[in-house]
Design a protein around this ligand. Structure first.
Ligand code: HEC
Length: 134
């Protein structure tokens, strides 16, 4: 009898663990977790940085992402996966996510790391600009 109780107990624990696991996946969707170095960062610049960010974006990002960030730049048709629609992504993620992705890129895609190419300030400017896209 004790063994049956123990087995039941373990089953309950396993079920609970599985459920809480699912919850985590659902709440973050398909987005990857932000590494500790970047998690919680907030944009130190004001909304007016978006003007400078527009220039950074035109010069470095628009060829793939398109001028309005819809993922339809001239180079986009050759890419698999295609560049993200940034205004859409922007509604689902915080500043730390955008800053991290732009800084370190995304493995397995044409999205390269911009840290070292752009300054941190320029990356934050571009984050401000992405926030203005619709
Ligand atoms: C050579 C083409 C190319 C250039 C240039 C480029 N990107 Fe990307 N970008 C991509 C691709 C491809 C993806 C991946 C889309 C996916 O995973 O579905 C991506 C993804 C992203 C993402 C989302 C990553 C995620 O979590 O899914 C952001 C944000 C982003 N780019 C911003 C930028 C910014 C800002 C610049 C300019 C500084 C830039 N990109 C330049 C091709 C490019």
């Amino acid at each position: 009898m004790k063994k049956v109780m123990l087995t039941l107990f373990i089953l309950v624990i396993l079920t609970l663990a599985a459920c809480s696991g699912n919850e985590t996946t659902e709440s973050t969707g398909t987005l990857s977790p932000i590494p500790a170095d970047y998690a919680g960062l907030t944009n130190p610049l004001g909304a007016d940085a978006a003007m400078a960010g527009a220039d950074v974006f035109t010069n470095n990002c628009a060829a793939c992402h398109g001028q309005q960030g819809h993922g339809d730049g001239p180079a986009s048709t050759a890419l698999d996966p295609a560049p993200k629609n940034l205004p859409e992504l922007s509604t689902t993620v915080a500043d730390d996510y955008l800053f991290w992705r732009i800084s370190t890129g995304k493995q397995g895609t044409a999205m390269t790391a911009w840290k070292g190419v752009l300054t941190d300030e320029q990356i934050w400017q571009v984050v401000s600009f992405i926030r203005t896209l619709k």
